[in-house]
Design a protein around this ligand. Structure first.
Ligand SMILES: [Zn+2]
Length: 390
């Protein structure tokens, strides 16, 4: 059996969460994937479930697209030198995350800051995570931090070498809006997405990036709009929400009050589709295996937003803004899923109600490219019900 034809059937699903903010809940109880891609979504009785290579009985739990962490700082493999921690990516898979996006491999000891060196490291990091997925997790990495002296040709070379992301603008020597804009425009011209370090310095060596620099740079993502960790003053966050048409990224390792201000401002402006979530880990605050679930519970409960909508911030919104082939329950996209249920003894009558009250769900299984990658989470509270491989 080649992987190209492998058929997975997940049946008896209690709730289908689409990842689409305009329609977060779908009708159906069954998802089929073939060759790692979603083939069909609907009711089991209407679908062709025969000849499956694997059948999963969801036992009534909810299925959502695998969560996406829009802001991580990986270095190499499943090890981070920042907190001397092994297997942080595997731990995060147990928090429902199936895709991570690098905002720069900035914790590499001895990280090169000369132009040849930073380009080489970006290409190498892109390759080593493309060639090795820790526990199956998709880590989109190879995100160089821009430095003074880079020219258009450098961005062209990076793009031709497979680099698709910039690390956070502001973590290198470029901290002025005019230079940042010139380089971000070159990056965009060659198809490289950009993000920026919004707010005060995070660790010794980084600097203040205020709203004027963020607006002038015009990156595709307003990285950690709620600070990483020090947030900008409220009036500047509100101004960014009003002015930016690109992604407004809220992170776990930021200021929670500023996260709620961003949510409330985006809601008033009708911009909830621009909100995306990250952890910004590993960082000085450590690593957060449950960081994305914690953000969903925080924003849903204290921000008064339906849990199914908050889940879209960490799935479909990010996928659309980042142009990923995952993050939504749609035929043709990657079969990346998280199956979860209400945590045992948590309040509320359903998983969504318990999250709305600030509780984490229990993860029962993750699937990436149509392959089961983890079963009962070792990190979340235990779920009431668990999916089973039949
Ligand atoms: Zn940052």
């Amino acid at each position: 059996m080649s992987d190209d034809a492998r058929k997975l059937v997940i049946r008896n699903i209690g709730l289908l969460l689409s990842g689409k903010i305009e329609n977060p809940i779908l009708d159906g109880d069954c998802v089929i994937s073939i060759g790692g891609r979603i083939e069909a979504i609907g009711f089991e009785k209407d679908l062709d479930t025969g000849d499956a290579d694997q059948v999963i009985n969801a036992n009534g739990v909810s299925l959502a697209p695998g969560l996406i962490d829009s802001h991580v700082h990986p270095v190499i493999g499943d090890y981070t030198p920042r907190q001397q921690q092994m297997h942080w990516i595997d731990s995060t898979l147990h928090g429902g995350v199936t895709t991570m996006i690098s905002a720069g491999e900035v914790h590499m000891p001895g990280r090169p800051k000369d132009i040849v060196g930073l380009k080489c490291m970006a290409v190498a990091a892109q390759r080593w995570y493309e060639n090795f997925r820790p526990s199956g997790v998709k880590v989109l990495a190879g995100a160089p931090v821009i430095e003074h002296g880079m020219e258009e040709q450098d961005f062209k070379e990076l793009a031709e070498s497979g680099v698709k992301l910039l690390g956070e603008v502001g973590l290198g020597s470029v901290k002025d809006g005019a230079t940042a804009k010139r380089m971000v425009d070159w990056a965009r011209k060659y198809g490289i997405q950009s993000t920026i370090h919004t707010g005060g310095p995070s660790i010794p060596g980084s600097g203040l990036i205020d709203k004027d620099v963020v607006l002038e740079a015009g990156t595709d993502v307003v990285g950690h709009i709620n600070g990483g960790h020090s947030a900008l003053p409220d009036d500047q966050i509100i101004c960014l929400c009003e002015s930016c048409r690109n992604s407004l990224e809220i992170v776990h390792n930021g200021n929670e009050r500023a996260a709620l201000l961003t949510l409330n401002t985006a809601r008033e402006l009708g911009k909830l589709d621009q909100l995306i979530l990250g952890t910004d880990g590993p960082a000085g605050s450590g690593v957060q295996p449950l960081g994305i679930l914690r953000m969903i519970a925080l924003l849903s409960s204290l921000g008064n937003i339906d849990a199914e909508t908050a889940i879209c911030f960490a799935t479909g919104n990010t996928a659309r803004m980042r142009k990923l082939d995952a993050g939504l329950l749609e035929p043709g996209l990657s079969a990346d899923f998280v199956l979860m249920d209400q945590a045992q003894h948590s309040p509320g009558n359903t998983m969504l109600e318990s999250v709305r009250q600030g509780n984490l769900p229990g993860v029962g299984m993750t699937v990436i490219d149509g392959i089961v990658r983890s079963q009962r989470s070792r990190n979340t509270p235990p779920a009431k019900r668990l999916p089973e491989i039949e």
